[in-house]
Design a protein around this ligand. Structure first.
Ligand SMILES: Nc1ncnc2c1ncn2[C@@H]1O[C@H](COP(=O)(O)OP(=O)(O)OP(=O)(O)O)[C@@H](O)[C@H]1O
Length: 331
């Protein structure tokens, strides 16, 4: 069993041409955790004397700055998780942050050039490369691509694109393998509050669902970070039900906090960092998912029975039939 806290990384999205950077600094220590310091200057509109905090410091496993390329992010964050999955542990990587902070770019990738591909394509090709190299084992893989929209699940690999209930969505069972592991690569919805989005109609309904499911995710995180909490409210939303194992369970989990250091988005970035610090308190216990395969046991038992039958026939000279007698059938 491997007991370790959820690993929390941060990635700073490059500034757009018209954006102005807020004041921040990164203290990237190779040997220990990295620190992000965000400075929010006092606003004179709040009065000359005010006690608002000016400097906020947050610790991360590592912080990827605006220059960080996709291959570096994959090597540091996703490769170790893929290695664990190949060894038989469950793994999850999820990206959290406000709209436009780079979650999809990091998890799926950008469409402009091949080197912009993100964690999903890189992890899949890495896993399949490793499977091909290892001829000593038999591997079975199941892939599902799930979208949760307004509390309904959609299997994106199913051309019918119909809404499904959680029980009906494809699972990754792997029941014929001896070691089975699940890998979740998750791109969450934007984390900003409904009030800030200023939308109505269908978009408002969507924003409310997003807020609600992120709210339930937050509740689960808070409950998990508290010591001695016996009830964790996983069943409140589809997302927390799906991620149940990944959060506070049998999984090696990694979170990427996506930060936009544009001046206007500093408040949202600070709230993303606060959320990340709570997530970093959660400890998961990953166990090797090793089990005896019932199909292999049946094959082994059949072989043993045949050998015993042959032996008996040799000793008694009588051939035994496997057909049941009338008496046995009636029992
Ligand atoms: N590290 C990066 N380098 C270059 N471009 C980036 C980077 N991160 C994000 N972008 C670009 O910024 C834009 C917004 O990013 P993205 O769509 O990934 O945000 P998001 O957090 O997934 O937003 P939403 O919550 O709306 O899904 C995209 O055009 C994306 O290509």
């Amino acid at each position: 069993m491997v007991k370790e806290a959820i690993r929390v990384y941060a990635r700073v999205k490059p500034l757009g041409r018209r954006q102005q950077a807020g004041i921040y600094s990164i203290d990237d220590d190779e040997k220990s955790l990295s620190t992000l310091e965000v400075i929010v200057p006092h606003d004179l509109a709040d009065g000359v004397v005010n006690n608002k905090r000016e400097s906020y410091k947050f610790k991360f496993q590592k912080i990827f700055d605006q220059e960080a390329k996709q291959d570096v992010v994959f090597d540091s964050i996703a490769k170790p998780v893929a290695e664990c999955v190949l060894a038989g542990y469950n793994g999850t990587i999820f990206a959290y942050g406000q709209t436009g902070s780079g979650k999809t770019f990091t998890i799926t990738g950008g469409a402009e050039c091949y080197s912009d591909r993100g964690i999903i394509p890189r992890t899949l090709s890495y896993i399949f490369d490793q499977l091909q190299k290892d001829s000593s084992k038999v591997y079975t893989t199941h892939v599902s691509y799930l979208e949760i929209y307004n509390e309904c699940g959609y299997d994106l690999l199913d051309p019918r694109h119909e809404a499904s209930r959680l029980e009906d969505l494809p699972k990754e069972p792997g029941s014929t393998t001896i070691r089975r592991s699940k890998l979740h690569l998750v791109d969450l919805a934007g984390s900003e509050r409904v009030a800030k989005t200023g939308v109505g109609g269908q978009l408002l309904t969507e924003a409310k669902y997003i807020n609600l499911s992120l709210h339930y995710l937050e509740q689960v995180i808070i409950a998990l970070a508290e010591k001695n909490r016996s009830h964790i409210p996983y069943r409140n939303s589809m997302m927390t039900s799906v991620l149940r194992d990944s959060l506070g369970g049998n999984c090696m989990t990694t979170m990427i906090a996506m930060l936009s250091i544009d001046k206007r988005n500093i408040d949202e970035s600070i709230s993303t960092c606060r959320f990340a610090q709570r997530v970093a308190l959660i400890k998961n216990e990953a166990v090797l998912n090793e089990e005896v395969d019932p199909r292999l046991i049946i094959v082994q038992l059949k072989k043993e029975i045949q050998e015993l039958k042959d032996e008996l026939e040799l000793v008694t000279g009588k051939q035994r039939t496997s057909e049941l007698s009338q008496e046995e059938l009636l029992q």
